[in-house]
Design a protein around this ligand. Structure first.
Ligand SMILES: Cc1ncc(COP(=O)(O)O)c(C=O)c1O
Length: 397
C-alpha cells in the first residue's frame, strides 16, 4: 500500500509539538497507552445504545458483537467514578465537551428554557450560551457578572436566580483562574427554591477536572446535579467528554446523548478515556497536578513582578489570563499570539473581562501550565519562559 500523505503531515505536527513551548491551557500530551487505545481495532465497532447491565433503564445495544465493548464501557464508567470518588451515574460516550454540554441541556431542559451562566468574554465557554452556538440559539441565556476585579460575583448569581428564575444554573469556565465556589451557588439555589421552583445545578469542570481529581480544587460531586467535563485538558487524556449526574437523572442523561444528540459511541475513544481514568488514579498523577498548580502560581507571580496585569491579580489553578489593555494598550492578544508563534511559544489570544475588542483581536492572552508540566517543567522553567515572553513583548513596543 502506498504511504499516505497524511503521515508526512503528522510527522510535521509531531516536530512542532516537540520543539514548541506549549502554553495553551486546554492542551496536554497523552501517554503511549492512551495513544495505543485510540489507535486500536475498537474504531471498527458500531455500538449504538448502552451496555445491558446499565441502571439507567436503557436496554442494551442496537448491534451484535458488543460483548467486549460492553465490558470496556462498564469498566470505563467504574474507573471514572473511582477517579472522582463518587457514586454518580456516568455516561462516557460524549464525543467532546461541547457534545456533553448539549446532551446534558437537552436531557433536562426544553428549548426556550433559561440558562444562567458565565459570559464568553468573561471566561465562559461557547456552549454556555453564546448566541453563535446552538446552545444560545435553542435556549434563553442570562449571564451573571464578574466583580470589578474579575472574580465571579456570587451575589449577582443569587440575585439572578431570584429575579430571572433560570431552569438551570451553570458553573464552570474556560478562562477563570480562581476557585469556583460550588457550595455557595448551591446555597443560593436552595435559598430561592420551593415546591414550585427548583433549578438544576450543572457544573462544567472541563478545565479544572484534573485538579478536582487531584484534590487541588473543591469537588462539585454531591453539590451539582450534573457534572460535565472534557478528558483532554488537565486530565491529560484521550479527547472527549463525560457526563456525571445524580442517579435519578441517569435515564434522561443517557437519552440526551443517545438517541438525542449522538449515534454510535466511539469505542476507541471510550478505551482512551478508560486508560486516562486509570492514570488519573495513580499517585504520580496526583503529584503531577500539584506541580501544575505550583508552576502556574510561580509563572503568574513572575508576570506580576514584570509589571503585567493578571485578571483577578493571580491564580489558584492551572491557568491565568494576562490583560494587556492598560499596560500595553497598542497590543492585541492576536498580535502577541502570532509573534510568540514565531518564537515557538504557543498561547491563545483571549478576551478579558469588560473586553472592548472583538473575539478575533482580543486584549488578552491565556496561559496554562498543564502541558509543559507533563514535559517535566518545574517552577524555574516557567519563570524563565515568562521572562522570555516579556522580552519578546518588549520588542513589540
Ligand atoms: C469549560 C469548557 N467546556 C466545554 C468545552 C468544550 O470542549 P470541546 O472542545 O471538547 O468540545 C471547553 C473547551 O475548551 C471548555 O473550556
Amino acid at each position: 500500500m502506498p504511504m499516505s500523505r497524511v503521515f508526512d503531515i503528522i510527522e510535521k505536527e509531531q516536530n512542532r509539538q516537540d520543539k514548541t513551548i506549549e502554553l495553551i491551557a486546554s492542551e496536554n500530551f497523552v501517554s503511549e497507552n492512551v495513544r495505543r487505545a485510540l489507535a486500536s481495532c475498537l474504531t471498527n465497532k458500531y455500538s449504538e445504545g448502552y451496555p445491558t447491565h446499565r441502571y439507567s433503564g436503557h436496554k442494551g445495544r442496537y448491534y451484535g458483537g458488543c460483548q467486549y465493548v460492553d465490558e470496556l464501557e462498564e469498566y470505563c464508567c467504574d474507573m471514572w467514578r473511582k477517579v472522582f470518588d463518587t457514586d454518580y451515574h456516568v455516561n462516557v460516550q460524549a464525543h467532546s465537551g461541547s457534545s456533553a454540554n448539549l446532551a446534558a441541556y437537552m436531557a433536562v431542559l426544553q428549548p426556550g428554557d433559561t440558562i444562567l451562566s458565565m459570559r464568553l468574554s468573561d471566561g465562559g465557554h461557547l456552549t454556555h450560551g453564546s448566541p453563535v452556538n446552538i446552545v444560545g440559539k435553542l435556549f434563553h441565556v442570562v449571564n451573571y457578572d464578574l466583580t470589578a476585579d474579575g472574580y465571579i460575583d456570587y451575589a449577582d448569581i443569587e440575585k439572578k436566580i431570584r429575579d430571572r428564575k433560570p431552569a438551570l444554573v451553570l458553573a464552570g469556565a474556560s478562562a477563570y483562574s480562581r476557585i469556583i465556589d460550588f457550595a455557595a451557588i448551591r446555597a443560593s439555589i436552595e435559598k430561592n427554591s420551593d415546591e414550585t421552583y427548583r433549578p438544576y445545578f450543572m457544573a462544567d469542570m472541563a478545565h479544572i477536572a484534573g485538579l478536582v481529581a487531584g484534590h487541588e480544587h473543591p469537588s462539585p460531586f454531591g453539590i451539582a446535579d450534573i457534572v460535565t467535563t472534557t478528558t483532554h485538558k488537565t486530565l491529560r487524556g484521550a479527547r472527549g467528554g463525560l457526563i456525571f449526574c445524580r442517579k435519578e437523572l441517569a435515564g434522561k442523561i443517557d437519552s440526551g446523548i443517545f438517541p438525542c444528540c449522538q449515534g454510535g459511541a466511539l469505542q476507541h475513544a471510550v478505551a482512551g478515556k478508560a486508560v486516562t481514568a486509570e492514570e488519573a488514579c495513580t499517585p504520580e498523577y496526583r503529584e503531577y497536578i500539584r506541580q501544575v498548580v505550583r508552576n502556574s502560581k510561580a509563572m503568574c507571580s513572575e508576570f506580576v513582578r514584570l509589571g503585567y496585569h493578571i485578571v483577578t491579580g493571580g491564580t489558584d489553578n492551572h491557568l491565568f489570563v494576562i490583560d494587556l489593555s492598560e499596560t500595553h494598550p497598542h497590543l492585541t492578544g492576536k498580535r502577541v499570539q502570532d509573534t510568540l508563534d514565531q518564537h515557538d511559544i504557543t498561547v491563545n489570544k483571549n478576551c478579558v473581562p469588560f473586553e472592548k475588542r472583538s473575539p478575533v483581536e482580543t486584549s488578552g492572552i491565556r496561559i496554562g501550565t498543564a502541558a509543559m508540566t507533563t514535559k517535566g517543567y518545574k517552577e524555574a522553567d516557567f519563570v524563565a519562559v515568562a521572562q522570555r515572553i516579556d522580552a519578546i513583548i518588549r520588542t513589540m513596543e
